[in-house]
Design a protein around this ligand. Sequence first.
Ligand code: FES
Length: 107
Amino acid sequence: MTWRRLCELTELRRKGVMRVDMDDGEYLVALIGERVYVADAWCTHQKADLTMGILDGTRVKCPLHQAVFELVDGSVVEGPSGEPPSSIRSLRTYLVKLEDDQVYADL
Ligand code: FES
């Protein structure tokens, strides 16, 4: 496992959802209830920024063509523009750990 620090939990509590840009990728980090979820920031359809989407429970709706992803496992709940979920790839998600007010993910 390669745990890498993404952000402070305090900052995430203020924002709820944020994008963290690392050298090798961009990540969506969301605090939902007391759990933190980390996934790739870009929609698998046409790379819209999912941190600009709408959160509904543990699901995020893409701002561009409204595909819906489940942040628990990255699965596609609704495809883009009414297409079936199988029309696009699922979202990559990452294991998370919290330590000393820091959010880490196994990237
Ligand atoms: S870019 Fe996300 S649904 Fe099209």
